[in-house]
Design a protein. Sequence first.
Lengths: 89, 409, 422
Amino acid sequence: MQSDEIKGKIREVITQVTEIPGEEIGDTTSFTQELDLDSLALLEIGVDIDYAFQLNLPDERFKDIDSLNDAVHLVVTELATRERSARVA
Amino acid sequence: MSSCIVVTGLGVVSSLGSDVEQLWSSLLEGRSGISEVESFDTSAYRVHRGGEVRDFQPERYLRHLDPGSMGRASQMAVAAALSAVADAGLRSGGPHDPDPERVGVVMGTTSGEPREVERFNDLLVAEELDRLGPELATRYPNHVIAGQVAAELDLCGPNAMIPTACAAGNYALAYALDTLRCGRADVMLAGGADAFSRITYTGFARLGAIAPERCQPFDRNRQGMIPGEGAAVLVLETEEQARRRGARIYAEVAGYGLSCDAHHMTAAHPEGAGAARALEGALASSGVAAEQIDYVSAHGTGTPTNDKLETMALKRVFGDHATRVPVSSVKSMLGHTMGAASAIEALVCCLAIRDGAVPPTANFEEPDPECDLDIVPNEAREVPVSVAMSNAYAFGGNNASVLFRECVS
Amino acid sequence: MSARRDQVVVTGAGVLSPLGYARAPLFEGLLEGRSGLRPVEGFDTRGLALPRVGELNGDGPEQFLEGRSLRPLDRTGRLAAAAAELVLADSGFRAYYGSDEAESLPAGLVLGTMYGSVRTISEFDRRALTAGPQYTKPFDFANSVINAAAGQAAIWHGLAEINATVAGGTTAGLAALAHAADLLRIGRASALVAGGAEELCFESCWSFSRAGLLAREPEGPGAGTPFHAHRNGFLPGEGAALLMLETVTAARSRGAEILGHLTGSGSSFDPSRGQDGERSATAVRRAILAALKDAGREPADVDGLSTSASGSVAVDRAEALGIAAALGRHAAELPVTAVKGSLGEGLGASGAFQTLALLEAMSAGVLPGIRGLDEPEPELPFRLAGSSAHEGRFRCGLVTSLSWDGHACALVVEGPGEEARS
C-alpha cells in the first residue's frame, strides 16, 4: 500500500472518531495540542488504526503518536517489516 | 432533628471469604484474593489475573429462590443479604422484628449481570437465533439484583438500584440513609454486587488499566487495577430502633458527600476537584472536622492516576492531617470489586471502628512522592478508630465519600 | 421522623418523545389521540416479527447537540444530553445561571433508566467475539456502564452537582423524580434535572418478545392499549424526558415560572416479583398511601390519575386494582390517562412523560384520554376510562408506576398555585 493511501485511510479514521473534518488534520497537526484530543479518543484512534491495517501491536507502540505523520510512519514501518518477514518465510 | 442511622448487620461474598470475620482476619493478615482468571479464556489478552470468588455455592444460602433462576451478581447479593440479616438478628421471631413492609433494599452495581449479554452474543454470533432467550429482559436488567434480595427475604419496603459503577456501594448507602431519615422505611439493606465477566475484563484490558501481577495502590511502580467480584450488604436502621431490639451496633453512618466531575467519562478531574467536594460534603453533612478522621479507606485502585488524584484531594481537604491519618486500600488484596467495592469497604470501616485496627495496603515496595500518605504499608495496625471515611470514584465522574462514626450512647 | 423539608417545584421540561420534541407537541398529541407508534425503522429486527414501536421521528437527539463531537456519546447518552439541553432552555435555567465564562451550572442530574444502554454493552462484547478483545472500542466500554448516559449529560452541560442514576425496571423514571425531590427537600441540592432516558434496540425488543411481554404480532384489537379488554402486551418505545426540579426558594429567587409541585412520593415492592397479581396490587396500594401521606393529602383530594398501564395484561390490572384499593370508591370516578397508549412503553423515559401529562393538564384544564380505549376491561374500576379527554380543574394528581417484576412507585403532583403542606 502506498504511503498516500495509508495517510488517507488514517485521516479517515481520525475523522470518524473525532468528527473533525479531514481538511483540519494536517500532516503535522498535533493531536493533543491542536486537535485537543483526550486519552480516550487517542486510544480509540489507535485501536481503529490498528484494526484498519490488522497490525495487532501493543498499546505502547501508539503512545508517542501525536500527528498524522507519526501514525503513517508507524504503519508504513510495520507493514514493511511484515512484508520483509513474509518474503523471507 | 433526625435520629442517628446505624449499622447493625454485615454480610459479604468475597475472594477472601464469604464470612465476615474470615474476610476481616484475612485482610488484617494482608492475604491476597488475586489469582489466575479461570472463568473465561484469557489467552488472547496481555493480562491474566483477577479477584474471582472461588467456591461460592449459592445453594448453601438461598432457601426460597432457585439460584439457577438468577445471575451470579444476584446470587452473591442475596447470599450477602441473608448473612447480614442473620448477623443483625432481624428475624429472631421476637416482638421487635421489623415489619417486612418497612424493610427496604437498595443495591449498587456497575454492570448488573453481564454474563447474560455474553450468552446472548455467543448465540447471536453463532447465528443460533432460535436459542436466544428472554434473559436480557428477565435476568440481565440490573434492578433484578435488588429485587431478588427482596424476593428471597420477602421484603416489601422501598426497593431501588443505584447503578453508579465503581461508586455504587457508597451511593446505595447514601440512598439508604436518606430513605431512613425521611421515614420511608424502618430498616434498609444497602450494599453492592458485581460478578466477574469477560466484558468487564475486556473493557479494562482495552483501556490498559489492568496490572499484570498485583495491585499496588500508592506504590511508585503501580501498574493498574485488578478486576474482581463480590457482594456486601449492610443492615441500616435508626439507633433508637436498634437499641429497642437489643441489636449490636457496629457504627453510625454519619453522613455522605456526592459530587460529579462533569469532566470526562473515564478520567477524573485533573486536580481531584470532584473527589475533594465529595470529601467536603461528607465532613459537612456529618458535622465532623477533618482532624477527627482516624482512618480513610481509600478508593485506591492502583492506577497511576487515581492514587495520585486521591492523594491530592485528601491533602486539599484534610490539609496537614492528610499525611498523618492512616489511609489504606483493600483493593490491594481483593482487587477492584466494582459495585461491591465501596460496600465491602464500608464493612471494613465498621470493623475498623469495632476492633481498633486498620488493614494494610498490601504489595507496597517503593514510596511515590506524589502519594506521600501513611498508607499502612503491608502490615495491619492497631489504631483506635472513632471516625472512618470511605471514598469511591466511578466512570462518568460519580464521586462519593461516606463517613462512619463510633456510636456511643 | 422526617428531615427538614423544602417544597419542590417543576420549572421546565425537556422532551424527546414519539409525539414530538417539547411538552406542547407532546401534550397536544396526547389530547388529539395521535399515535406515536409505527413499524420499526431504526434497527435490523433480524427476522423478528415486531408489533409497532414508539420510535423517535426525524432528526433525533443530535439536532439539539451542537458544537462538539458526538462520537463519544451513544444513543442513550445523546437522548439524555439532548433532554438536558431542552430542559435547561425551557426552564430559563441556563439563561439565568449560565455565562460564557462558567463551565458549569449549579444543577445536578438524577436519571432513571432500565438499561443504560443494553445495545452498547452488547455491541462492545460482539466486537470482542468477532474481531478479538484487542479491537473492542474504548468509547463503547466507557458507555457500557449503566450510569454512562447520566455522566455524558453532566459532562456536556457542566452539571457538577449531585449526579445519580436510578434503575427500577419501568418505574425507574418515576423513582428518579421521587429521589430527586427527596434530595432537594433535605437540602442536598437546590436544582436537579430529573427524569429518564431509554433507547429502542434489537437486544431489548428481542428479549421482550421472547419473554412474552409484547403485544402479539400481527396486532389484534387493543394491542398496546392500556386497560383494553383484548390487550395482550405492550408496544416498546423510547425517548427521554427531564424535568427541572428546584426548591421553591431557588425558583422564586430567579423568577422562574412554576409549572407545579411534587409534593410527595412513595414506593413499595412485590416480593413475588410480579408472579402474584394480588401482591403487585398491594404494592401499588402501599406506594400510593405512602405518597399521599408524604404529601399530607387524603385519597379524596386526588382529582386525576396518570397511570403506567401499557397494554400488559397482568400489570395493567394490578395497577388498576391497587389504585382502587388505595383510593376507595373515589377511584372509580376519577379521570384517568395512560400515556403509553400513544407513546408505547418507554421504560425509563415513561415516568417523566406520565408526570408531564398531569402537569400540562393542570394548566390546560383537560386531561388526555387513553388512545384506542374503545372497550375497557369490564372488571377494572375506572368508570371514566376511555379515549375521550376529560375537562376539569386538576389540582392534585397521582402518577403511578408498576413494573412487571414487582416495583411500585407513586408521585403526587399538585398545581402551580397550590401551597403544599409540609
